[in-house]
Design a protein around this ligand. Structure first.
Ligand SMILES: NC(=O)c1ccc[n+]([C@@H]2O[C@H](COP(=O)([O-])OP(=O)(O)OC[C@H]3O[C@@H](n4cnc5c(N)ncnc54)[C@H](O)[C@@H]3O)[C@@H](O)[C@H]2O)c1
Length: 319
């Protein structure tokens, strides 16, 4: 009989965590979710999930892991805002570093087989106009980037000292259904909602800054691939992006095509600390993780748009 494997997804009511959860359930895994709903939503939760509304920093988290005995931990819960990390570095470190450490400790104590961690391209900092290879120098420009990098180091040390296998996934700018308009990659959601409510989107700077937009279902697939990799590529770090650069001007153009009123963007001065270029090199990931992105930007934007159109209709109908 096939073994039913159990996965704990922290942050499973959030944007990326809920897509990972849906995919794992679809693949026959049992999924439990821990989320304090600070930005996650109950409506994102699949009905087959076992849900605990609690903070990863709470004592209850250890009790849940002790009782549920998950086989794997997919850790997506985090303080995700760069701006908030600068306003309150201690809060960011508490959730992102201490929260991760506590989970690593429980993972080690209660026999979790592997940890999959959601990291970020923010660990690289300003890189210039290149596709950032996985071995690029690490120089975060924010406390958020620093807390992700510190967590990565703790994960590696837990592996070294306690033999806890891991996969660290450094995401580029993730977009898709269920994303809130805050956070790292919220620009697609923000602009889509602008167009849907007939407002002109605001572009900070000249719009020629580029990003590597990866669709959330591809990110969910990368988490699944990481969970299923066998020993040879266990305990490694991978870039998860598309390797394609898209300027903010180009993104606006692609989105606006879907709307009848031709709303031109407004330009505002560039934001302090905004990175000019960000694009990940994924050659090593494709070679070693048994994963490659399969959604084009066009397909991903269409799917995202349909989701927000339905949401808007639902809200209007009072659903
Ligand atoms: N969205 C992106 O473009 C992007 C890019 C790089 C990395 N990441 C990383 O991916 C992960 C998921 O991000 P997301 O975009 O889905 O954000 P999200 O805010 O939608 O999801 C985070 C989830 O974690 C929960 N959470 C936060 N703090 C918690 C705590 N202390 N205890 C329990 N639950 C808590 C939130 O309620 C939310 O449901 C994060 O680790 C983020 O840093 C995201």
């Amino acid at each position: 009989m096939k073994e039913l494997l159990k996965v704990l997804v922290t942050g499973g009511a959030g944007f990326i965590g809920s897509h990972v959860t849906d995919l794992l359930l679809d693949q026959g895994y049992e999924v439990i979710v821990i989320d304090n709903l600070i930005s996650g939503k109950l409506k994102n939760l699949h009905r087959d999930v076992v849900f605990y509304q609690t903070d990863i920093l709470s004592q209850e988290t250890e009790q849940i892991i002790k009782k549920e005995k998950p086989d794997y931990l997919v850790h997506t819960a985090a303080q995700i805002s760069v701006a908030k990390s600068i306003e309150s570095p201690i809060n960011d470190a508490n959730i992102n570093i201490i929260g991760t450490m506590k989970l690593l400790d429980y993972a080690n104590k209660y026999g979790i087989k592997k940890v999959i961690f959601s990291s970020s391209c923010a660990v690289y900092g300003e890189t210039g106009d290149i596709n950032i290879p996985i071995n690029h120098k690490l120089a975060p420009l924010s406390f958020y980037g620093a807390s992700k990098l510190t967590s990565e180091m703790y994960i590696q040390l837990y592996c070294k000292f306690y033999h806890l296998p891991y996969t660290i996934l450094r995401y580029s700018n993730v977009y898709g259904p269920r994303q809130s308009s805050q956070g790292e990659g919220g620009v697609v959601t923000i602009f889509t909602n602008c167009y849907l409510s007939q407002k002109r989107p605001i572009i900070y700077g000249d719009g020629e800054q580029t990003r590597d937009f990866i669709f959330v279902k591809d990110v969910a697939m990368a988490n699944l691939a990481a969970l299923q990799t066998r020993n040879s590529v266990n305990s490694r770090i991978f870039n998860i992006g598309t390797g394609d650069k898209t300027s903010i001007n180009k993104l606006t153009e692609s989105l606006s095509k879907h709307f009848p009123d031709k709303l031109t963007p407004q330009y505002s001065p560039a934001l302090d600390g905004d990175i000019r270029f960000s694009c990940l090199d994924i050659e090593d990931t494709i070679k070693n993780l048994n994963w490659r992105p399969s959604w084009s930007l066009k397909q991903g934007l269409e799917e995202t748009l349909t989701y927000y159109q339905n949401e808007m209709r639902g809200n209007k109908d009072g659903k």
